[in-house]
Design a protein. Structure first.
Length: 594
């Protein structure tokens, strides 16, 4: 979902911001560029934004061959796809998770029906094949937010609940759907399945890892942990599980009695911020209710889900820290260690990395989770193009001086990262790991409000604490070209070196709607593959194992503007736009993005 700019920045540290680091770095590069040191200094010689002057045609891509969606004709009411491609729309919000037996979509849904229907706010997702062909599989799909059931078309606030019934419907629209998809005669279908499942705000969950037994996760009310919130981007593990990431969890916790005074930790996480209005009706979300004093600490985590076991509770992995988790791109580093890269989406927040202590297979052979045993780091960017991953643990003397309990370091990771001197960034959102160990992160705000994509490579095959960085692309450098975009958000790197860029802006350049583009990481060439509809964002990306089918989402099509006729006509009596998944294939059956 589009984050609100009117939220007060919660980082009050005086850590040096990335915009300052980048200014110094860029001037150093300009000096070096004319010298014999150039070859050594330009770590990523192909960096598109910095290697070529604005507007100049970039290198010819061998990876991207499709005819791009042109700027001309953009901003229309219906989605556009590149002419070498075809698209299909499936699994809109409100369809039953088992198509032939669940409650059919009806407006307005009851809370009971919504708990058996696909949620709203389609965001991160991953496809888990169920057979060798890859033509049958499970889709784990995040739902970032809910909606009002008595919504009447006032788009100034489509979320804020005004009754307990509205709260429950909204809660059941959040979370994750596990759905089975199958390709039948070239068309993708949503099919009935024993794996179909909805996980929402009232689903029992477990905590695991170093903070699991912290008293800060227990309430005087004694209510067991339940639910996942604001499920934004995602990750997936080498052992076949799904990670859903809890982002703007402060949006749900209010203070209707006006008695709550946030401490320095709660302030750092943005509490209270009663955007959804739940606190007046559900005491779990009332920060002033002493019986639920620690409920707010139960959200803001990375949550692991086994899509193939409908009975297994989701597990909140505390070793990955607590912040406004956007996503978690997982890779395997030196020695088989599981490594996860994570953004914290607020202006002035940090990038984080988790590294498991041992080989992931060895840990699992001992019955241990690789996500419970490891170290958390936050990134500091230096103006010589290097950087350091700073340890967030009591083993770091800077933190031992401020914290008594390892659980608190993880629970208040933002505070720990302030203390160790991490670099505040312009809204770090998705991360992606490409071939050649290059890691990418979108900065939706970037250094100039338009956004950029960072790229770096860690020492010691992902597990080291040093890295070298550059800026892969500065969005404003694409303005007035056919590749124009701003406010990058969703991101995925394929194994060939293509980088898929999805946008979530308050208005794309040249009048375009939010969109998805493909970049060649070697040449820097960027082409537009898909354009969404007015008011939407394009979010979520996954592929079949052969990469001949890609799934992306059109989130809140028209939610903030109204009037969209995609994917349904509001005159049909459904006032709330229906998020949907887009199936994308090349007409010639080739790899998507080529
Ligand atoms: Fe859920 Fe930062 O986007
Ligand atoms: Ca965003
Ligand atoms: Ca996002």
């Amino acid at each position: 979902m589009k984050n609100r700019e009117d939220v007060e920045k919660s980082n009050r540290s005086d850590n040096r911001p990335f915009s300052s680091v980048l200014t110094s770095y860029s001037s150093r590069r300009r000096v070096l560029r004319g010298s014999l040191e150039l070859a050594a200094a330009v770590f990523f010689a192909s960096s598109p934004a910095m290697a070529e002057p604005k507007g100049k045609a970039r290198g010819r891509s061998k990876l991207i061959d499709f005819e791009p969606v042109p700027v001309e004709g953009g901003g229309g009411a219906m989605p556009r796809i590149a002419e070498d491609y075809e698209m299909q729309f499936i699994i809109p919000w409100g369809d039953p998770i088992n198509p032939s037996s669940g409650p059919a979509f009806d407006w307005p849904p009851s809370a009971a029906d919504q708990a058996l229907q696909i949620g709203k706010g389609h965001d991160g997702m991953w496809y888990f094949p169920l057979d060798k062909s890859g033509n049958r599989g499970l889709l784990a799909l995040n739902h970032e937010y809910g909606f009002r059931i008595d919504f009447t078309g006032d788009f100034s606030n489509p979320f804020r609940a005004e009754s307990l019934d509205e709260v429950r419907v909204s809660q059941h629209a959040h979370g994750v759907s596990i759905l089975e998809l199958a390709s039948v005669n070239g068309q993708w279908q949503h099919v009935d399945s024993g794996y179909s499942r909805r996980i929402h705000v009232n689903t029992p969950v477990e905590f695991s890892g170093p903070a699991a037994h912290s008293p800060r996760l227990q309430n005087p009310a004694g209510n067991p942990p339940a639910g996942t919130l604001n499920n934004c981007s995602n990750g997936h593990t080498p052992w076949g599980t799904y990670l859903t990431c809890e982002e703007n969890v402060h949006f749900y916790f209010g203070d209707p009695g006006g008695t709550f005074v946030p401490d320095e930790f709660q302030q750092r996480y943005g509490f209270p911020f009663d955007f959804h209005g739940w606190a007046a009706f559900d005491p779990r979300f009332d920060l002033g209710n002493a019986d639920y004093a620690n409920e707010c600490n139960r959200f803001g985590w990375v949550v692991e889900i086994d899509p193939t076991d409908p009975t297994a509770p989701p597990v909140k992995r505390t070793a990955l820290g607590r912040f406004r988790h956007e996503g978690c791109a997982v890779t395997v580093g030196r020695g088989g260690r599981a490594v996860g890269y994570m953004g914290d989406d607020e202006n002035g927040e940090y990038l984080y990395k988790f590294v498991s202590d041992k080989n992931w297979e060895a840990l699992r052979a001992q019955g241990l989770s690789p996500l419970d045993h490891g170290k958390l780091y936050a990134a500091r960017f230096d103006d010589d193009g290097t950087g350091e991953w700073l340890l967030l643990s009591l083993e770091n003397p800077l933190l031992a001086a401020e914290f008594n309990d390892e659980a608190d370091v993880l629970m208040f990771a933002r505070k720990a990262a302030d203390i160790v001197g991490a670099t505040p960034l312009g809204r770090p959102e998705w991360t992606a790991v490409g071939p050649d160990e290059q890691v990418y992160a979108t900065l939706t705000a970037g250094h100039d409000g338009e956004g950029s994509i960072l790229r770096w490579r860690d020492s010691d095959h992902h597990v080291g604490t040093r890295f070298e960085w550059d800026v892969f692309v500065i969005a404003s450098d694409t303005f007035d070209t056919e590749a124009t975009f701003n406010e990058p958000d969703g991101l995925w790197a394929d194994p060939d070196g293509r980088v898929f860029i999805q946008t979530d802006g308050r208005g794309q350049p040249s009048g375009l709607n939010d969109q998805m583009l493909v970049a060649d990481s070697a040449t820097g060439e960027i082409r537009r593959l898909f354009e969404g509809v007015p008011g939407c964002e394009v979010s979520g990306i996954t592929v079949t194992p052969d990469r001949r089918t890609m799934f992306i989402n059109v989130q809140h099509p028209g939610e903030f503007t109204g009037g969209t006729t995609f994917p349904h006509d509001p005159s049909e009596g459904i006032p709330v736009p229906r998020d949907a998944t887009v199936v994308i294939r090349r007409k010639d059956g080739g790899i998507v993005g080529s």
